[in-house]
Design a protein around this ligand. Sequence first.
Ligand code: UD1
Length: 420
Amino acid sequence: MEKIIIEGSHRLVGEVTISGAKNSALSILTAAILADSKCTIKNLPNIRDVAYLKDLLLQMGAKVESNKDTMTIDGSCISKHKIDNDLAKKMRASYYFLGALLGKFKTAEIPFPGGCDIGVRPIDLHIKGLEALGAKIKISHGMIKAKATELVGTEIYLDFSSVGATINIMLAACMAKGVTTIENAAKEPYIVDTANFLNAMGAKIKGAGTDVIKIKGVTALHGCEHTIIPDQMEAGTFMAAAAATQGDVLIKNVIPTHLEAISAKLREMGVEITEGEDTLHIRNRVRTKAVNIKTLPYPGFPTDMQQPMSVLLALSDGTAIITESIFESRFKYLDELKRMGAKIKVEGRVAVIEGVKRLSGAPVYATDLRAGAAMVVAGLVAEGKTEISNIEHIDRGYENLEEKLKNLGAKIHRISVAEE
Ligand code: UD1
């Protein structure tokens, strides 16, 4: 077991380069199995979820080669249409195999997916969408079994603009007969990145990034080369950390439009942000002002960023309200922040944060991936030593976090400890 140790109260100063987007990487690596020849995917983040997905692809019979941030996948030799329970349980995105296997082979068997414990996280919208395309789906003994004689395009309205359901339906619909229309589709940058990748493979997808996506089915998809977009959430975490430590950080390799909701809130709090073509320069020398945040689907404020931002709010001048409207149980980590001196009350999906002047280092627990990121931001700004346990979550989604922070002047390191 490992822990991250941070000696806090050091300003972050310098430059940091953002890695490829985790959520894009996971849907795109799975989409690669739809091709009947090699796909080369570049700018992949070196994170645990990508390693798990690589193992899953290998177990299914795909030929996979990786070199630094590039992976080549030949899905033409996939021999299994069922995915392994232990690996699938480790991450949420294993559900993309349902759409991809069904699209290509008209049969799929996957376990209920794992991932962060932030609420019930049903996949009913995925299932409804795939059934509307003609799949027969049965759930028994924790497995989801899908079969179709053929998939036929249709109109699908999503009750909620779910990221996962939009991508899963897109994956299956690429190889369905006729046209599929997804209404109230999610618009997150990963959807556009995945659609661009599928189109480079020969799919015919229009409207990704808007509420209505139209997919004209094709009979085969071919290999291609694709570069993953930069990670919006990693960039957002560095933005929050730079602002919280009253730092001066140039964040490189970002798409500033993807970060507008976060930039707008930080500016409202008094943080100076200068946008370049693919950079954001964050400067802050003052105690930030409290603001209210409501998480919403893109282009609204991302749910994944409410945790790192809550640290900044815990130290801001005034009282802030966070309303979590995407996941019903994404405030567990606030108990950990309270151990560090934050004043927070939670009522259902609303957290009221009364700003304090300082946080003090403490032993804390990463309850999920972004909660782990929040603990790191809190440790960087707190007085004294913070010890974060359960950091496997952080490794699932952040590449080289300690190195990147050390280069900015943070006093952070990792230790191995015996299992308790
Ligand atoms: C994806 C992201 C995650 C991000 C989230 C919201 C990946 C691997 N994960 O998760 O980082 O926090 O989008 O931006 O890309 N819902 C249903 N039924 C469904 C599907 C979803 O009720 O069939 C509900 C969920 O419980 C949740 C909401 O819809 O309350 C949003 O979920 P969704 O957009 O699907 O998120 P994920 O794909 O799980």
